[in-house]
Design a protein around this ligand. Structure first.
Ligand code: FE2
Length: 267
C-alpha cells in the first residue's frame, strides 16, 4: 500500500513554464513537443512567455490563439507586449494574457491574473525589470502592493528583465512570499535553478523556444550586421533546428512552497 507521504508528494502541482517562444517556427516546434513534455512530467498548469510569438516580433491575435490552443493557461509578455498594434485590444479582452504589472496606470490590460483550478487557485504575475530596460515603475514596490491583494499562496512570477543582478535580487526579495520567480527576456537559459531558503523556486532565465543556432532566434548574419554597423536591419527568424527551453516547478498547493525545479531542454 502506498504511504500517505508518497501520495502527498505525488499530488504536488507541476507547473510547466516555457521561455520566450520565438516566431512561427518556435510555435510549430512547441506544437510538436508540448503534449509529450506535459505527459512525461504530469503537468497541471502551463505558463508560456509569448511576447515574441508572432512572426517578426510581438504577439498577434493569431499567435495568441496558437499558444492557447497548445494548452497555455496563462501567457506572459514583456517589453514587446505592445509591439503589434492589432493586438493591443487583446489585453483588455483576455485576462489570461498579461503585460508587465509595472506599466503606468491607464495602460491596457492586466499585470496579473488568478486562475481557478477547482481544488486550488494560482496567481500568475508578470513584472518587468528596469535595469537596461524601459523606465517603468519600480518592480519591487509594484510587487509589494500586488501581493497585498492576492489571497492565494500559489503565486508564479515571470520577471522579464535584462540584468542578472536585478533578477537575483528579486528572487531573494520574494523568497517565501511567492512560489516561483522565473526570469525571461535574455533568451539564454541559465544553469542556476534552485529552491531558495524559504521555499521559492528560482531561475535567472528560463531561455528561449526557437532556433538554437541563432542570435535570440534571429538569423545570426542579420544580428551581426545590426550590431557591427548599427544599420537598420529587418530581422528574420533563423531557419536552424529549434529547441524548447523551460522549467518544471513542483509545488505544494496547500502552502505555495516549491519543492523542486528542473530545466527542460528539448531538441
Ligand atoms: Fe523581452
Amino acid at each position: 500500500m502506498l504511504s500517505p507521504d508518497f501520495l502527498w508528494k505525488d499530488n504536488n502541482m507541476k507547473l510547466l513554464f516555457i521561455g520566450d517562444v520565438v516566431g512561427d517556427r518556435g510555435c510549430d516546434f512547441l506544437e510538436q513537443k508540448i503534449y509529450q513534455i506535459k505527459k512525461q512530467n504530469d503537468i497541471s498548469l502551463v505558463v508560456i512567455n509569448g511576447e515574441n510569438s508572432a512572426l517578426g516580433n510581438g504577439i498577434t491575435p493569431y499567435s495568441y490563439k496558437r499558444l492557447i490552443s497548445l494548452g497555455a493557461d496563462v501567457i506572459t509578455t514583456g517589453n514587446h507586449c505592445f509591439r503589434r498594434k492589432e493586438s493591443i485590444g487583446l489585453y483588455d479582452e483576455n485576462e489570461v494574457l498579461l503585460r508587465p504589472a509595472n506599466f503606468p496606470e491607464g495602460v491596457p490590460g492586466h499585470g496579473y491574473t488568478v486562475i481557478d483550478l477547482g481544488f486550488c487557485q494560482v496567481a500568475v504575475i508578470n513584472l518587468m525589470g528596469t535595469a537596461y530596460m524601459e523606465p517603468l515603475d519600480n518592480p519591487f514596490y509594484c510587487i509589494d502592493s500586488l501581493l497585498e491583494n492576492i489571497a492565494t499562496k500559489n503565486i508564479i512570477v515571470d520577471f522579464h528583465a535584462e540584468a542578472t543582478s536585478e533578477k537575483k535580487a528579486m528572487g531573494f526579495y520574494l523568497d517565501g512570499r511567492v512560489t516561483a520567480v522565473l526570469g525571461t527576456h535574455t533568451h539564454v537559459q541559465t544553469a542556476d535553478e534552485s529552491i531558495l531558503p524559504k521555499g521559492t523556486a528560482y531561475i535567472t532565465d528560463a531561455g528561449m523556444t526557437g532556433a538554437e543556432l541563432s542570435v535570440l532566434g534571429v538569423k545570426s548574419e542579420l544580428a551581426i550586421e545590426k550590431i557591427k554597423y548599427h544599420a537598420p536591419v529587418k530581422f528574420e527568424e533563423s531557419e536552424n533546428p529549434c529547441f524548447i527551453n523551460g522549467v518544471v516547478v513542483d509545488f505544494d498547493e496547500h502552502n505555495g512552497k516549491a519543492t523542486k525545479i528542473f530545466r527542460i531542454i528539448e531538441r
